[in-house]
Design a protein around this ligand. Structure first.
Ligand code: SAM
Length: 212
């Protein structure tokens, strides 16, 4: 069962601003796509505790049409409890046995935790092969290294474009106020984000086939 209402209540103001903005973009891109959410086969690579999964369930994706890959065993167990009807695999994507045929594949804040460019490239290339012709690969990432956290690395949208070259359409949006600023502005997240777009540190990329 999904716990859709609870997930917003637990968020601080900054995270709520980030999530609302991000999900508005997802909603727009799904609405513009030719996909029907009732039949949509959804894959999240590195699903964490499943926060994003709730959003897709709210949009009409059926839990049994969700496949979630997560290498961390605590998160894997938590996913199994929260989404008992979903297909859930405890694995790194590179070792996963999941096969293709997905309409939406989400890679959110995962590439930045893969420090090796070659593995990042393998993840992206393989994800693309698992996409249906009308499908969308949605990537959410931050651009800049975090000096306080050496376990993550900023991701360049150009790296993604280079890897996924040829035959694909890209759309990209700058989103998410830089955390040190966003956390200070409280209720003013939306106006500050709107007025000062150069303070955004993350991006959403939507990759689809040229013929979609
Ligand atoms: C920062 S969390 C993001 C969780 C979720 N996608 C989100 O946006 O809230 C990154 C997740 O990616 C997972 N991860 C790291 N390397 C991975 C890989 N090679 N394949 C699949 N998942 C991976 C981690 O275990 C972690 O749960």
């Amino acid at each position: 069962m999904s716990d859709a209402l609870g997930r917003y209540a637990a968020l601080d103001r900054y995270t709520l601003g980030v999530v609302e903005e991000r999900e508005q973009y997802y909603t727009r891109l799904l609405a513009k796509s030719a996909l029907s959410m009732g039949d949509c086969r959804f894959l999240e690579i590195g699903a964490g505790h499943g926060f994003n999964v709730h959003y897709f369930l709210e949009k009409g994706v059926k839990e049994e049409n969700c496949t979630l890959i997560e290498p961390d065993s605590d998160r894997f167990e938590s996913l199994k409890k929260t989404f008992p009807k979903a297909v859930i695999e405890e694995a790194r994507f590179g070792d996963s046995r999941v096969e293709g045929g997905f309409d939406v594949i989400l890679i959110s804040l995962v590439l930045s935790s893969i420090l090796d460019h070659e593995i990042q490239e393998q993840v992206l290339s393989r994800a693309l092969t698992m996409l249906e012709p009308q499908g969308h690969l949605i990537i959410y990432e931050f651009r800049y290294d975090n000096p306080k956290n050496k376990n993550v690395k900023g991701v360049s949208p150009n790296l993604i474009k280079r890897v996924l070259k040829g035959g694909h359409k890209f759309q990209q949006w700058s989103v998410s106020l830089a955390p040190p600023i966003g956390r200070r502005v409280g209720k003013a997240y939306k106006p500050i984000n709107y007025l000062f777009p150069f303070l955004r540190t993350h991006f959403i990329m939507d990759v689809s086939n040229d013929n979609s």
